[in-house]
Design a protein around this ligand. Structure first.
Ligand SMILES: *Cc1c(COP(=O)(O)O)cnc(C)c1O
Length: 379
């Protein structure tokens, strides 16, 4: 049996006609930059996330960069973030000349350990970037408390977490000063190319972001601030407008798959026999509803490389998010962080592996994956 890590063909096939019609409308309109489809998507995503404003941008990376530019981050300013994330989180900080200050992760959720943040605050700290990794919100209440006490901005990296909730009704992206989404094809809401969005409740910030995304020109060709080309393509917005109405259904399927994996792995005793760590959805209502949206279903395993090889030979796709913690990335070595500085993040980079969890996955495939993981662990 073949079980890829992700199967976008299966997602696109049932909505192929609608996608093509949306793209054809853009072609006929002959208007390819920003435009009506982008405004429509902005309204929809703001409503979906529970924020007042949304600003469509060119990628999740540019969402983070524009958000930090909107805060007027200066060289030497410090930004607290996690060492376990996609590179864009720290790249946005460093590209502005600011200094990333890492705080280790909580080994259960793999998100920022909120109890360690206060100790990392200095007079130069300007912002915190919590990442809602794999689709589960970081522990926002204590993070927001530290931020309020020290007058820091909070930029949520919600690239993997659109629709995730904190357990009190608040959605990923809506809790901090700004929230950043990515519409990279492999995210829960993905375009047919790059795209991103920033959500906020702050009207002046939303306005700044709109100016920053068009090179800081307002009026056009008059530049009081330095921006960039952070525009979202009309055609991507048109595609995303077709897909957004399906997002809750897709999320519910991912959550069902997570539940099934959990019960399969439990009955296969992989935790007690092989020391496997299953994902923990920590925000639940009456133990029933998940708020984790499972962009990834990630397990901790011993001898990860051997297991990946075994699964690959059996036709099962896996991936590592991420093999190198941010503080050990080669281009950041001048910051001086040593191996051992963030042991939990380092361990996660050594032993986590992502299994297939896309919405269209079927039960047979999941049984096969769980059974094969057990076989691979036992070999
Ligand atoms: C995908 C991702 C990004 C960047 O998004 P792009 O749209 O690929 O630029 C940033 N942060 C995290 C955590 C991501 O997963």
């Amino acid at each position: 049996m073949n079980v890829p890590l992700l199967d976008l063909k299966a997602q696109h096939e049932p909505i192929r006609k609608d996608l093509l019609a949306a793209m054809e409308r853009v072609l006929d309109q002959n208007n390819f930059i920003l435009g009506r489809e982008v405004s429509e998507l902005e309204e929809q995503v703001a409503a979906y996330s529970g924020t007042r404003y949304a600003v469509g941008v060119s990628s999740g990376t540019d969402a983070l960069l524009a958000a930090l530019m909107a805060l007027d981050l200066k060289p030497g300013d410090e930004v607290i973030t996690t060492p376990l994330s996609f590179f864009a989180t720290v790249g946005a900080i460093v590209r502005l000349g600011a200094v990333p200050v890492f705080v280790d992760i909580d080994p259960v959720t793999y998100n920022l350990d909120s109890s360690r943040i206060e100790a990392a605050v200095t007079p130069r700290t300007r912002a915190i970037i919590p990442v809602h990794l794999y689709g589960q919100c970081a522990d926002m209440t204590p993070i927001l408390q530290v931020a309020a006490a020290h007058n820091l901005a909070v930029v949520e990296d919600a690239a993997q977490a659109i629709g995730a909730e904190y357990g009190d009704g608040r959605r990923a992206g809506s809790m901090g000063t700004m929230g950043c989404f990515s519409f990279f094809p492999s995210k829960n809401l993905g375009g047919l190319g790059d795209g991103g969005m920033i959500v906020t409740n702050d009207a002046p910030l939303a306005e700044r972001l709109r100016v920053l995304r068009v090179q800081g020109g307002k009026p056009k060709y008059y530049h009081r601030v330095l921006g960039g080309n952070f525009r979202l393509d009309t055609i991507q917005a048109a595609v995303l407008n077709v897909k957004l109405p399906y997002l809750d259904r897709w999320t519910a399927l991912r959550q069902q798959h997570a539940d099934l994996y959990e019960s399969l792995f439990r009955s296969l005793n992989v935790e007690s026999e092989f020391g496997v760590r299953l994902p923990q959805a920590v925000y639940k209502q009456n133990g029933v509803r998940h708020y984790h949206i499972y962009n990834q279903f990630v397990i901790g395993v011993p001898k990860r490389e051997a297991l990946r090889e075994y699964l690959k030979a059996k036709g099962i796709g896996t991936e590592i998010y991420y093999p190198v913690p941010l503080h050990r990335q080669e281009c950041l070595q001048s910051l001086g962080y040593k191996e051992g500085a963030y042991p939990e993040a380092e361990r996660a980079c050594r032993d986590l592996v992502a299994l297939p969890i896309y919405p269209e996955l079927n039960e047979d495939q999941q049984h096969y994956v769980a059974q094969t993981v057990r076989e691979g662990l036992a070999q």
